[in-house]
Each structure stands twice: as C-alpha cells, then as structure tokens.
Design a protein around this ligand. Structure first.
Ligand code: FAD
Length: 419
C-alpha cells in the first residue's frame, strides 16, 4: 500500500483525505489485527511520525485529530497502553532503525504490550540511583535486580528496563535503557495487593535474565537521556482515556472493545484516584446538603481549580499541536491533578461525614467515596511525586538554584545505596 504525503496539509484536508481512505478500506467484519496492518501501511496509524515508520510526516496536531476522526467514522485506531503512550515515542526518538523496524509495528497493532520497569525499592524519586545491573556476556546482556510498582507487568510482553551498566561513573552516566522480553525464566512478576483492594502493580524479580545486545534503546550508558523522554510523555494523562468505540457489531469492533476492557480492568480505580470531582454536586444533592453554605463554597473552590486546570491542559495541547515536545506544562498539570484529587476527597468527606469510610451496597455511591479516599494518595506519587514536580518547575521554569546533590558527580560505586 502506498502512502500519500499530506505534509503541510490543513486539518480540513486531512479530515477529508482520511474519510476517503476509511470509506475505501474500513470493514468492521475484518480481524482487528488485519485492520491495524492497513492503518500502519497507510500512514494513518500515527500520522505525525515519519513515513518509514507508519506515519505521514504530518504536524503533531494530526495524531489527535486522526484518532478522534477514526472513532467518529465508526472505525478503530491504534491501541491504548504504555506501549503506544511511552515505549513507542521513546523507541522512535532514541532507538536504532532495527529496533524501530522490529518493535514499533507490534505495539501499534496491539500484538505486544509493554510495562515500565523503572522504580526499585531503593530508587523512586532518585531514579538515577537504581542498582539493577546488566553485564554484557557475548551477544547478550545478563540482568539481575528488583523492580517495584510496575503497573501491568503481570500481563506485559515487553518491559522498558533501566539498568546500570557502568558503576565506575557518576550515577546518571552509567545507566542503559533496554527492551526486556518479559516471557523468560529469569523474570518473575508478583502482583501487589493495594489498600483499595485492587492489584494493578507488581514487584518484578530479575535473575540472570537475558537481553539481546540489539535491544539497547539509545547508546549504552546513555539510558538517562531516553528515560527523560519516557518520563516527559508519562506526565501526559490523555493517553489513559478509554476510546469511545462504536457500539455497532463487527469482528474488529468486538476485538477492540475486548482489548480495551482487558486493558482498563487494571485502571478501573484511576477515576477514583483523580478524586471524582464529577460526583461532588450529585453527592451533595443526594446527601441533602447542597444548600449548606460551607459545602457550597468548598464545591465552588474545587470546580474553579478544575476549570483552571482544564484550560492549562488546553494550552499545553495547543503547544503540542504546534509541534512542541511535552515539557514543563506536564509538571504543572500533574501538580494540579494532585491538588484537585485531594480537594475533591476533602469535599466528598465533608458531604458524607463518617459514612465516607463505608464500603458495600448501602454506603455512599456503593463504596465509590471510600475508594476515592483510599486511592487519591496514589495520584501525587505515580509518575513522579508532587515534590519532584515542584523541584522540576523551580529549576527548569523559575530558574531557581538547583537542589544540593552531593552524589551527582562521584562514581556510583562510591555512593552508599538505599536498596
Ligand atoms: C499508581 C502508581 C503507579 C506506578 N506505576 C509505575 C510503573 O508502571 N513503573 C515504575 O517503574 N514505577 C511506577 N510507580 C512508582 C513511582 O514512580 C514511584 O513511587 C515514585 O517515583 C516515588 O518513588 P518512591 O515510591 O520510591 O518514593 P520516594 O522517592 O522514596 O519518596 C518518598 C517521599 O520523599 C519525597 N522526596 C523524595 N526525594 C525528594 C526530593 N529530592 N525533594 C523533595 N522531596 C523528595 C517524595 O516526594 C515522597 O514524598 C507507580 C506508582 C504509583 C503510585
């Protein structure tokens, strides 16, 4: 299938060209995999990417536009998940051509799912302090260590792995970024039970696991640079939204809906993690306190915060549409999301009183409010804590003096480790 270049195109022209192409190719009766192969070959899979890797060299705005147009036309786009959201842009930006050829297509068709193997028991905020080791042995790297809090690792095919390959240089310089095949004897994944009763993340124990040397993403020892790309994409939340697939019947649609059900089962508590500000007015009315002036003020403060944050996100989206890479606005949005979640949990508690702690059928909103209270703390930790976002903003945006880091310039082998 040949691709038509629409470089320099306007949104209206892209919309019209896409609609034309969908009319000629979309058949809901086909297998989802076959449909996505067509998408990849046509360049409509990720239109802002280069033509050689499933794109059309279009400006950045085209990805979101094409994604939502495909849904509007009743068709299906690329899958949602940390493969498409984090691994693929990292591989595109830092991977070799061989890696781009081998790894991008299976992510975009949904054949391979990914997880992020960054955090360790002794290295979270101080990610560059990680101590999982990788040693070159012939044509492959042998990896040993432990990762933790790895969302969806229990059903991932591949892992974005950071490991230390040089202990004799300062901590940021001795890290290498690998694509780790998860289904091998040296990789043991154990699910963790959370205080909100879900089990979305894992401990991953790695013992003499092997990674082919071609699976290094970027250069050996330059993994920190690639990791920063992944972390910048992680601060964007939009990729976690469930696609609004058509409810019509057809094999491709059935398979896409099943794929989304499977993926979002892990994330069913994420709306509660965000504090459910959408429920506060309904909650106040149901509890008969919507005329209480103190509660009304608390609700108004929350909605104000939420609106301001939506507009900031719109501004960031507009910047990305103009081609800007995700930057400091991700930290602002992430901090705002934490504040909204906390404020919302507070408002729900004011409304429900002690009943906010109840679970079960006769509790407020069938236990949803209790789940909010238990899930909101995760909002300000995942993807980098609030304090770390503040440090990023202080240093990168406000130009304030950098935090004192005594371990930055000494060889990693001389640092006392936490892990
Ligand atoms: C829902 C969820 C999903 C996650 N998914 C993944 C995943 O898929 N893959 C993965 O690798 N990890 C994942 N994580 C882990 C997450 O990235 C880490 O928990 C996070 O980076 C914090 O690290 P830590 O837990 O080790 O806390 P620590 O780094 O030990 O922090 C403890 C406290 O100290 C504060 N602190 C630390 N350093 C500083 C500093 N320099 N200045 C000021 N305050 C500081 C922190 O803000 C925090 O309050 C997930 C976490 C959550 C909650």
């Amino acid at each position: 299938m040949t691709q038509q270049s629409t470089a320099g195109a306007e949104p209206g022209q892209v919309r019209a060209e896409l609609a034309d192409w969908v009319r000629g190719h979309w058949d809901p009766a086909m297998a989802l995999h076959d449909w996505r192969q067509l998408l990849l070959a046509s360049g409509w899979a990720v239109p802002s990417w280069p033509q050689r890797w499933h794109g059309r060299d279009l400006p950045a705005w085209a990805d979101e536009l094409v994604g939502s147009e495909l849904l509007r036309l009743g068709a299906v786009g690329i899958p949602v998940g940390s493969g498409t959201w984090l691994a693929a842009p990292t591989i595109l930006a830092h991977g070799s051509d061989d890696l781009r050829d081998r790894l991008l297509a299976p992510i975009l068709t949904g054949e391979q799912t990914w997880c992020q193997l960054f955090s360790e028991p002794g290295a979270g905020s101080d990610l560059a302090g990680l101590s999982t080791s990788a040693v070159l042995d012939g044509g492959s790297w042998v990896v040993n260590g432990q990762k933790v809090w790895n969302t969806s690792a229990h059903h991932a095919d591949m892992g974005m792995l950071l490991a230390r390959t040089d202990w004799g240089v300062p901590k940021h310089q001795g890290i290498t970024y690998f694509a780790l095949p998860m289904h091998q004897p040296g990789v043991e994944v154990r699910q963790l039970r959370q205080m909100n009763f879900h089990a979305s993340f894992n401990e991953v124990f790695i013992t003499d696991a092997r990674i082919p040397s071609e699976n290094v993403i970027g250069e050996v020892g330059q993994g920190w640079k690639a990791a920063l790309t992944t972390l910048a994409y992680e601060r964007r939340f939009s990729a976690l939204r469930r696609p609004g697939y058509s409810t019509a019947s057809g094999r491709a649609l059935d398979e896409a809906r099943a794929e989304a059900d499977d993926h979002f089962a892990t994330y069913s508590w994420y709306p509660q993690r965000a504090g459910r500000p959408d429920l506060v007015i309904e909650h106040a009315r149901a509890a008969g306190v919507s005329d209480d002036p103190v509660i009304r003020q608390a609700i108004a403060r929350l909605i104000t915060l939420q609106r301001a944050s939506t507009w900031t996100a719109e501004r960031a989206r507009a910047a990305r549409a103009l081609g800007a890479r995700p930057g400091a606005e991700g930290s602002i949005g992430k901090l705002a999301a934490s504040n909204i979640a906390r404020e919302s949990a507070k408002v729900h508690s004011m409304i429900a009183g002690a009943a906010a702690l109840l679970m079960g059928p006769d509790s407020p909103f069938g236990g949803v409010i209790a789940e909010v209270l238990m899930s909101v703390p995760g909002q300000s930790i995942a993807g980098g804590t609030d304090e770390i976002q503040k440090n990023i903003l202080a240093e990168k945006v406000l130009g304030l003096p950098a935090e004192v880091r005594v371990d930055r310039d000494v060889p990693f082998s001389q640092i006392k480790h936490r892990g």
